[in-house]
Design a protein around this ligand. Structure first.
Ligand SMILES: C[S@@+](CC[C@H](N)C(=O)[O-])C[C@H]1O[C@@H](n2cnc3c(N)ncnc32)[C@H](O)[C@@H]1O
Length: 263
């Protein structure tokens, strides 16, 4: 289950890649814009500001997220649904999918399907974290690999849930798109103010959700305590804060464009 409040804990840091992604979509008057895996909807609402004449929709599989999104006073239609079942209406000119596809095994097949189903000249923009080899995720896999937890947690934690930028670019060029793919490492400065290590608090909003759901209360308390020790070693507090590098992968594809038009 997604908890919108925990997810929004580092809202500024989490929203920046969304804005950096959408900044590379030069659509002027898209007829319809869809935010797939829209979460609590705060970022979807900014799409309505950017394209006020467009029909804007947000879709997410979490009822909790859509409840939160529906309470926003934004001209956006939000609904519960799985991105794997989504099919574009014929007037969808922009699809945004920010920080979602890492949760969807086999999403490469979805990307080619969407690229084929969108009208020519539509924009498909997505971002995924590219930090699965970072100390935070190595620590997570290491603690999860201990005897006590291995059987329960090993199936939940994939080593490489996303591809490299080059692979996404090749996939979408192969699907007939012009492609702009890049990566950025943000250095988040997280204040070390609370009782928990800030990277632990960050991960609770995302990567740790399946772990928490799989363990009982005592197991979860022990797991997060052990992980917290690892994270404190990997990300020491300096000047009252923690420096947390976070790599992200971005792709903006335009459908129906020739390869020599790559963006
Ligand atoms: C990290 S949040 C990102 C939310 C939002 N896009 C943002 O940038 O703030 C991931 C979201 O993806 C949604 N999600 C994960 N798998 C999904 C699926 N198969 N179909 C629809 N939504 C999904 C989750 O419910 C969650 O709200």
């Amino acid at each position: 289950m997604w908890d919108p409040s925990t997810y929004l804990r580092y809202g500024d840091e989490r929203s920046r890649p969304f804005h950096d992604l959408v900044a590379r979509v030069p659509a002027e008057r898209p007829r319809a814009v869809v935010d797939l895996g829209c979460g609590p909807g705060t970022l979807t609402a900014t799409l309505a500001e950017r394209w006020p004449a467009s029909r804007i929709a947000g879709l997410d599989s979490s009822a909790e997220m859509i409840d939160r999104a529906g309470a926003l006073a934004a001209p956006v239609s939000f609904s519960v649904g799985d991105v794997r079942d989504w099919r574009p209406e014929p007037d969808v000119d922009v699809v945004v999918c920010n920080a979602v596809l890492q949760w969807v095994p086999g999403h490469q097949e979805l990307l080619t399907r969407w690229a084929g189903a969108l009208p020519a000249g539509a924009w498909l923009a997505f971002q995924v974290p590219g930090n699965f080899a970072a100390p935070s995720h190595r620590a997570l896999r290491e603690v999860a690999g201990r005897d006590r937890w291995r059987d329960t947690l090993a199936p939940l934690l994939r080593e490489a849930p996303v591809d490299e930028p080059v692979d996404y670019a090749a996939l979408l060029v192969g699907a007939g798109c012009a492609v702009d793919a890049w990566e950025t490492t943000y250095v988040h400065l997280l204040p070390a103010a609370g009782a928990d290590h800030p990277v632990l608090a960050w991960m609770e909003g995302t990567a740790l959700r399946p772990v928490r759901a799989a363990l009982d209360a005592a197991g979860w308390a022990d797991f997060r305590a052990e992980l917290g020790v690892r994270l404190a070693e990997a990300y020491p507090v300096r000047q009252g804060q923690v420096y947390f590098p976070f790599r992200r992968i971005f792709v903006v594809a335009r459908t129906g464009a020739r390869a020599e038009e790559n963006l």
